[in-house]
Design a protein around this ligand. Structure first.
Ligand code: ADP
Length: 494
């Protein structure tokens, strides 16, 4: 019994030990799993930290590049503005300032321009070089001019990082000649004007040229090229304008001289007409007087044929007096001796008055005479009696040259330039084109049937023109044979 009990206890202890061992093993496994997980997490965190560091470095680099680009763009903008402030070709390259170039990372620069006539380069800009250094650079470039010209011709920007073998230029040699460690060479190629290239370099070994630098410098040289082109264009336009101005001045001088001569001749003509007319008036008055005495038979009765001849003398004298008076009027207005009594007048009243005066003549030929005057017609500033003469002359002509049953219309309207335009239109015989120009000159009469029958002086329209022009107005005519005529003139309003 005791041994059975001992065995049982022994088994129980063994079982307990086994369970304890099992539980420990399980715990160890769990711990192991946790440890593995932790290690993995640590590894992952390590990877992430490395990634963050890499990204940070990349970001810093991009930021640096961006900063450089922005600085470069600012410098470029300042340079462009400085270049575009001049339209003088020689001044353009001089506007490239060293401090702006330094912002681009270069402390040395020069511009060499190809002079076709002398087959040589010339230095138009040098920054960061002494005079003899610049001279040596020019000599070295001239020595290899074909290679540089080829570069200019190809319009290709090269730099110490991109200079290829096919240019024939050697990076080391350029660095020695221009005394730099890194450089950019960009051609300046205006369509008109001298071509050349722009050299930019630095002695700073820490400055690394990038493709972005080449791009920026290419933009700059393109702008310099454009500015040179603009300057040329401006110069051309300016020269053309100067030439034109000189020509205009010369022509104006010539024309003024001719005009003065014409004025002088005209004055002489007016003076001559005026004095001859005066001289004619006195004998004419006596002829008329003596004819009147004779016709009144105060000196004895006259036989009929003598009476008829005397009546002819009388009527011809009347015509002569009419002509002489017309000539004197024209001469007086032309010389400015006629005093114009400019006053405010109602155009409607003037038209009504002249219509009354011409009414009988119209009635005799059954001509329909009408007037159309704008409702809002302001007062006109004229010498009333002179303007009435204008109307009477034009209307009398219209009646004279319009056949039976015709129509005459007077139109008056206000124009935008603060004048009144009057049109007198008839349905008469019209005027041939070659007569239109001479119509307002003295003594001109169209050779037609009416003029052959009815007498006239050919002075009416000349007088009308002088009166209208003395009022600062214009007069013109539109007409064609068989189509009637329209005489138009302008008058000033208040
Ligand atoms: P005159 O009437 O004394 O001949 P004007 O100077 O008034 O002189 O006119 C010159 C010429 O212009 C006239 O002879 C005539 O040939 C032409 N003329 C003028 N007005 C008219 C008109 N309304 N229609 C046709 N011809 C005209």
């Amino acid at each position: 019994m005791l041994s059975v009990m001992l065995k049982l206890i022994y088994i129980l202890i063994l079982a307990g030990l086994a369970i304890a061992l099992f539980l420990k093993a399980e715990k160890q496994k769990r711990l192991q799993r946790e440890t593995d997980k932790l290690r993995k997490s640590v590894d992952e965190m390590d990877e992430q930290a490395k990634l963050i560091m890499r990204t940070d470095m990349a970001l810093n680099k991009t930021q640096e590049e961006l900063d450089k680009k922005i600085t470069g763009l600012y410098a470029l903008q300042k340079l462009s503005r400085s270049i575009s402030t001049t339209l003088e070709e020689r001044q353009i390259l001089k506007r490239v300032r060293g401090d702006f170039l330094q912002e681009l990372g270069f402390e040395k620069a020069c511009a060499l321009v190809w002079n076709q006539r002398e087959a040589k380069f010339s230095i138009n800009l040098s920054i960061g070089y002494l005079e003899d250094e610049a001279y040596k650079i020019k000599a070295a470039v001239d020595a290899e001019k074909e290679k540089y010209l080829d570069l200019i011709f190809k319009e290709k920007t090269v730099s110490s990082i991109s200079l290829s073998q096919d240019t024939g230029l050697n990076e080391e040699r350029i660095s020695t000649v221009f005394k730099v460690t890194a450089f950019v060479i960009s051609p300046i190629t205006p369509k008109e004007g001298n071509k050349g290239f722009f050299f930019l370099g630095t002695e700073d070994p820490d400055v690394a040229i990038t493709a972005g630098d080449e791009e920026l410098i290419t933009i700059l040289t393109n702008q310099i090229g454009q500015a040179i082109e603009n300057a040329r264009l401006f110069e051309k336009t300016w020269m053309a304008q100067q030439e034109l101005e000189n020509k205009v001045d010369e022509r104006t001088r010539e024309l003024t001289a001719v005009l003065n001569e014409v004025k002088l001749i005209n004055k002489r003509k007016t003076d001559f007409i005026s004095s001859v007319s005066h001289e004619l008036r006195t004998p004419l008055t006596s002829i008329k007087g003596y004819a009147a005495i004779l016709l009144a038979e105060k000196l004895g009765a006259l036989p009929q044929p003598v009476k008829e001849r005397l009546e002819k003398i009388n009527s011809h004298s009347d015509e002569l007096v009419h002509m002489v008076n017309g000539l004197l009027d024209i001469a007086r207005i032309e010389s400015g001796k006629a005093v114009m009594k400019i006053e405010e007048h109602d155009l409607k009243a003037i038209i009504a008055n002249v219509m009354d005066l011409i009414f009988i003549q119209c009635k005799n030929k059954n001509i329909d005479l009408t007037a159309q005057v704008s409702k809002e017609m302001p007062s006109i500033m004229v010498d009333k009696s002179q303007i009435e003469r204008v109307f009477i002359n034009l209307l009398a002509n219209a009646v004279k040259f319009t056949p039976q049953d015709g129509k005459i219309t007077i139109r008056a309207e206000v124009k935008k330039d603060r004048t009144v335009q009057v049109d007198i239109t008839d349905t008469g015989i019209g005027i041939p084109p070659d007569g239109l120009e001479k119509l307002f000159g003295e003594f001109y009469r169209v050779d037609n049937e009416i003029n052959q029958q009815v007498k006239g002086t050919g002075l009416g329209l000349s007088l009308v023109k002088h009166i209208v022009e003395a009022h600062k107005g214009k007069i013109w005519v539109q007409s064609a044979p068989g189509k009637g005529s329209t005489f138009s003139f302008t008058l000033p309003i208040r």
